[in-house]
Write a protein that binds this ligand. Sequence first.
Ligand SMILES: NC(=O)c1ccc[n+]([C@@H]2O[C@H](COP(=O)([O-])OP(=O)(O)OC[C@H]3O[C@@H](n4cnc5c(N)ncnc54)[C@H](OP(=O)(O)O)[C@@H]3O)[C@@H](O)[C@H]2O)c1
Length: 304
Amino acid sequence: MGIGHRKIRLISIGSKGQLGRSIEAVCRTHPSIEYLGLDRAQLDIREQGALESYLRTRPSSLPSVVVNCAAYTSVDAAESHEGEAYAVNAYGAGYLAYSALMSDLMMIQISTDYVFDGSATSPIAEDAEPSPLSVYGETKYMGEYNVRHLLGLRGLVLRTSWLYSPYGVNFVHRMRELAQGHKQLRIVRDQIGSPTYAPHLAEAIVRLALVAVQEGCFRAQTLHYAGAGACSWYDLARATIELGGYDTEVVPITTAEYPTAARRPAYSVLSSERIGSLYGIEPQPWIEGLREYYRHIGRDQHTQ
Ligand SMILES: NC(=O)c1ccc[n+]([C@@H]2O[C@H](COP(=O)([O-])OP(=O)(O)OC[C@H]3O[C@@H](n4cnc5c(N)ncnc54)[C@H](OP(=O)(O)O)[C@@H]3O)[C@@H](O)[C@H]2O)c1
């Protein structure tokens, strides 16, 4: 595909979250990228014009891509904190897109499988109609709309699902923690999705940014990237327990047996075909992501 070596600036917003930290790790070793990571203390996306103001203090002649990793990600808490979730996920994303427009930057907005209602029975393509079941899903869908509307092909909505990484708290991390104090874990088996290893997603994001700068726009307004294949939370928990060598039994339960504030889709497997055909980016099987996760934390333990 001939990804050029033209230097670019990648501006990561929400840089201390698990995807933000994964992107930083990829950028730090990439010769073509000048990395600028902004965490919540440096840039609160709820403030209109915050990015433009910040960039005035850090001018650069390099073509830049903003990646919005900042989000209100507590799916259940969003049900009772609707205003806060909208402020970050919907309006905040819109403010960033407007700043990108004004500052002539391209932007990648990260979105979620939870914009779908779970009624699909086969991997979901980008043009399927969203119909969120939760406040979180609604706010993310509105964020998508704002980015598409303001930026056209200078913006990309990149949906992913079931994200985990060696950084911060996520499902895999929680399973490992629980396994240490429990003989048995009861985990939902009737929600199906695709676990995605954030460092793999981060590599895809960097490639998309490099190609977009070379070409002046994205090749699509919406793309999906998720670990290949599908499983239930129960399957993911079992794989986490097995690969981690824990002696804990995992028992399948139904969603009805584990009520939560937010409704979640029963099936939210994203098809990553389009990103494959347009960019040659092929996500690895989800189990490979989990193996890579364990290799990573193993390396960390050895270097501590
Ligand atoms: N996690 C998943 O399973 C999943 C699945 C599908 C899609 N996604 C999407 O993937 C993206 C990255 O998710 P993640 O798992 O990396 O999330 P995360 O670990 O929760 O990180 C989100 C980051 O956003 C920051 N943030 C929150 N409000 C902000 C604000 N007003 N201004 C600036 N920063 C703010 C948070 O800072 P504080 O920690 O200080 O609050 C945190 O560092 C999000 O768009 C999410 O919706 C996630």
